[in-house]
Design a protein. Structure first.
Length: 452
C-alpha cells in the first residue's frame, strides 16, 4: 500500500474522498458484521437457540466496556483530525498517547469489577432460566479479551483520523475471519460448545491487537509516540472526555436498552422472544453496514476540513454523506422487507421463532430509509468538536424516545409494542436531528463561507 498523507483530506474532491474513506470502512464493518452473523449461525446450529440468547445477554455488558476504547478513540480521532488539519502535529501525537493510557486504565478497572460481579450482571441483563449457564460461560472468557478489544477500537479510529482507512479496514477484517476459523475448530471439531465460542472471540481479538500494534510501530503511521506522550494531560483528557462521552453515552443507553428488552421480552414470551430479538439485533448490526461505513468515512473528512477552516468542503461532505447513506439505507430496507423469512431461516430451524421473527423484523426496520439523517447529523457535531449537541442528538433516538416508548407501548400492545417502538423512535429522532443540523449549517457555517 502506498503511503498516503492526512493532508489529502483537505485537497481531494469530496466525492472521491468520501468513497475512498467510506468503502474500506464499509467493507470492514461488513466483514465484522458478517462475523457476528455467521458466529450466531454457528452457535445456533451447533449449540442451540438458548446459546444465541446467552450471547445476546453478554453482548451489552462486554461491548460497553470495550466501547470505552471506541469512545476514547472517536473523541481522540476528532481532536487528531482537527489538529492535523491545523498542522498541529504535536497535539495529535500527544492526544494519541493519552488515548492509549486512558483506555488501558479504564478497561482494566471495569473488567475487574465485571468479573467480581459476574452472576449479578448476567442475571440482570436477562440471563435467566435455561439461558444463564451458557451466558455465564461465554461472559467469563470473553471478558479477558475486552482490554485488547478496547485498544483495537481506539486504534481503529486513530487510523481513520490520520487518513489510513485501508489499514483500519484490515484491522476489522482480521478478527472477523479468525473468529470464524476458530469457531469451526473449537465448536465443530473439538466440541467445546459455548466455551469454544468464547475462546474463538477472545483469540481473534488478540490477533487483531497484534496487527494494530504493528501498524503504529511501523512507518505506516504518522502518530509516532514516545513514553512522554503517554503521560496524561488535563486539557487533552478534558477534550477527549467531552467528545468521547457522546459515544460512551450512546453505548451505555444501548446496554440499558438490551437490559430492558431482554427482561421485557422474557416476561412476555420467554426464551423464544429473547432469541427473536437476538436475531434481529444481529441484523441491525449487519444490515446497516453501508450506512455506518459512510458515517465512519465522513467523520475524518469533516473534522479535518473544519480544523483547516475549509467550511465549504465541510458542508459538501455533509450533503454527500447524507445522500449516499440514504440511498444505501433504502436498498437495505427493500431487502429486509422482501426476504425476512429467508433471513431468519439462515440462523436456525426453530418453528416458533421462524413464525415470530419475520413480522417483527419488518417492523423494526420500517424507518430505515430515513435514519441516515439522524446518524450522520449526530456524527457531524461530534466531528467538529461540539460535544453537547452531539450528545443530545445521539441520545434522542435510543434514550429520549425509544426507552419511554418501550415502557408505554408493550403495556397496551404486548410484544407488538416492543417492535413498534423501533420505527417510531427512528422517525421522531430524525425530525429532531434534521432541525438542529439545518440550523447549525445555516447559522454557523454559511456566514463564514459568504465572508470568505
Amino acid at each position: 500500500m502506498s503511503k498516503i498523507s492526512s493532508s489529502t483530506l483537505g485537497t481531494e474532491p469530496i466525492g472521491k474522498l468520501l468513497f475512498r474513506q467510506a468503502v474500506p470502512a464499509s467493507i470492514g464493518i461488513l466483514v465484522m458484521s458478517l462475523n457476528i452473523l455467521v458466529d450466531t449461525i454457528f452457535v445456533g446450529n451447533w449449540i442451540g437457540a438458548n446459546a444465541i440468547a446467552g450471547i445476546n445477554v453478554v453482548l451489552p455488558v462486554s461491548f460497553f466496556i470495550a466501547a470505552l476504547g471506541m469512545s476514547i478513540g472517536i473523541g481522540g480521532a476528532s481532536i487528531i483530525s482537527r489538529a492535523l488539519g491545523a498542522n498541529n502535529r504535536e497535539k495529535a501525537i500527544h492526544t494519541f498517547g493519552n488515548e492509549i493510557t486512558l483506555t488501558l486504565i479504564l478497561t482494566i478497572l471495569f473488567v475487574t469489577v465485571g468479573l467480581i460481579f459476574t452472576d449479578s450482571l448476567v442475571k440482570s441483563f436477562g440471563g435467566k432460566g435455561d439461558i444463564f449457564t451458557n451466558a455465564k460461560t461465554y461472559y467469563e472468557i470473553v471478558m479477558y479479551g475486552i482490554p485488547f478489544q478496547a485498544l483495537n477500537m481506539m486504534g481503529n479510529n486513530s487510523m481513520r483520523a490520520e487518513g489510513k482507512p485501508k489499514y483500519a479496514m484490515i484491522a476489522m477484517i482480521i478478527p472477523s475471519i479468525s473468529n470464524l476459523i476458530l469457531d469451526y475448530i473449537f465448536i465443530n471439531i473439538l466440541g467445546w460448545g459455548m466455551t469454544g465460542a468464547a475462546w474463538a472471540t477472545t483469540g481473534s481479538t488478540i490477533l487483531c491487537f497484534l496487527f494494530v500494534f504493528w501498524f503504529f510501530m511501523s512507518d505506516k503511521s504518522e502518530l509516532k509516540i514516545s513514553m512522554s506522550h503517554l503521560g496524561l494531560q488535563k486539557s487533552i483528557l478534558k477534550e477527549i472526555a467531552s467528545l468521547g462521552f457522546v459515544t460512551l453515552s450512546r453505548q451505555a443507553v444501548v446496554s440499558i436498552i438490551y437490559l430492558f428488552l431482554n427482561n421485557i421480552l422474557f416476561n412476555i414470551g420467554g426464551e423464544a422472544s429473547v432469541a427473536v430479538f437476538a436475531i434481529i439485533g444481529r441484523m441491525l448490526m449487519f444490515a446497516l453496514f453501508p450506512v455506518l461505513g459512510v458515517t465512519q468515512g465522513f467523520l475524518p473528512i469533516a473534522g479535518y476540513n473544519y480544523g483547516a477552516e475549509k467550511y465549504q468542503r465541510v458542508i459538501q461532505s455533509l450533503n454527500t454523506a447524507i445522500i449516499s447513506a440514504s440511498i444505501l439505507a433504502t436498498v437495505v430496507f427493500a431487502i429486509i422487507m422482501i426476504f425476512p423469512q429467508e433471513i431468519v431461516r439462515v440462523f436456525l430451524n426453530d418453528k416458533k421463532i421462524i413464525e415470530q421473527a419475520p413480522h417483527a423484523m419488518r417492523l423494526v426496520f420500517a424507518a430505515t430509509p430515513i435514519i441516515a439523517i439522524q446518524m450522520i447529523g449526530a456524527a457531524f457535531f461530534q466531528s467538529i468538536g461540539k460535544a453537547v449537541p452531539a450528545l443530545l442528538l445521539t441520545l434522542t433516538r435510543q434514550g429520549f424516545f425509544f426507552i419511554p416508548l418501550l415502557f408505554i407501548l408493550p403495556h397496551f400492545l404486548g410484544e407488538l409494542g416492543v417492535w413498534l417502538s423501533f420505527p417510531i423512535a427512528d422517525f421522531l429522532s430524525t425530525i429532531v436531528t434534521g432541525y438542529f443540523l439545518n440550523r447549525e449549517v445555516r447559522k454557523k457555517l454559511k456566514p463564514f463561507i459568504a465572508s470568505s
